[in-house]
Design a protein around this ligand. Structure first.
Ligand code: GUN
Length: 300
């Protein structure tokens, strides 16, 4: 029987609606308008698209959007000075510096210059440590989106065998921490894991975040497993014409859908949840900054 398709687009719409309601309540009851500042250095086309979408969705949710576009040759000192201004600005509750940054800038130094309570990406070393030690933190958006979809689909994750394929700081490692926080039994695997297919076959929950197109085969999936595909890979489709491409995940979807119990598609799975979670994190940050109760269901 073919798997249930977990519709990330619909899920993200629901989350954005929830965010919008909280924003309206914050405005009406406390006079607080959550504000998100996005900083883009340079002209990377993919980053420009992301930043535009973030700004649009921020405004649609009723929040304030502050966009800062800097030239590719902007010096690190100038970028750090901007971050210091945003850290001190009470109208800004969330700060996101779009990655990748140009090579002459120390990205880690820049991220760690963001006030941790405004770090809506959850990349600051203090938020990484807080997440790892079970303290209240800002949680990285993509793994948060995966967690919210898993909870909605499965209810409790307690005791489930979870395998995360991928060990990046942005997805794999925080995803493992979140699954552990929900009492799953967690394995972090990666492209060099010995007998990766066998490790994957153990998983009740399989999260693929390895960045290799269709690497996870149907035969690697435990029948009935819940599969979350974080990969977004462009592959050429010469049969559709020169220069054409399509997006595929890290999982061979056509094969996996015949084995899994539930699966996220690419596109339309995890992708739409990332910006929705960024908006959710901004609302969470605005509530914390004003000593207001945090809305349920928006964070881990
Ligand atoms: N570039 C690609 N994804 C992300 C993200 O989640 N956050 C930031 N800051 N930059 C990115």
């Amino acid at each position: 029987m073919a798997a249930t398709i977990i519709d990330g687009k619909a899920f993200a719409e629901g989350l954005r609606a929830k965010v919008g309601e909280h924003v309206a309540t914050l405005k009406a009851k406390a006079g607080v308008v959550p504000g998100l500042a996005v900083v883009l250095v340079g002209e990377d086309p993919a980053s420009q698209v992301y930043v535009r979408n973030k700004g649009r969705q921020t405004v649609e949710a009723g929040m304030q959007s502050f966009e800062h576009r800097l030239d590719a040759d902007t010096g690190e000192a100038e970028l750090l000075a901007l971050i210091a201004r945003l850290n001190a600005d009470p109208a800004v509750h969330g700060i996101l510096v779009q990655l990748p940054l140009p090579g002459h800038i120390d990205a880690e130094g820049v991220i760690n210059a963001i006030a941790p309570e405004k770090d809506v990406d959850g990349f600051h070393i203090s938020n990484v440590g807080r997440l790892a030690t079970g303290q209240k933190s800002m949680v990285p958006c993509t793994p948060l989106g995966c967690l919210l979809m898993l909870r909605a689909h499965l209810g409790s994750l307690q005791g489930a065998e979870a395998v995360v394929v991928g060990r990046s700081n942005i997805v794999g490692k925080p995803m493992a921490q979140l699954l552990l926080g929900d009492s799953a039994t967690v394995t972090i695997a990666h492209s060099r894991t010995r007998d990766l297919p066998q490790v994957c076959r153990r998983a009740d929950i399989l999260v693929a975040a390895v960045g290799r197109p269709r690497m996870i085969e149907g035969g690697w999936i435990k029948p009935g497993a819940t599969v979350i595909d974080v990969g977004i890979n462009r592959v050429p489709t010469p049969e559709k014409g020169e220069g054409k491409h399509r997006l595929v995940g890290d999982v061979d979807f056509e094969a996996a859908v015949e084995v899994a119990g539930a699966i996220t598609p690419v596109p339309g799975g995890v992708g739409p949840m990332t910006i929705a979670c960024l908006l959710a994190n901004t609302v969470t940050a605005a509530c914390r900054a004003n000593g207001l109760p945090e809305p349920e269901g928006l964070t881990a």
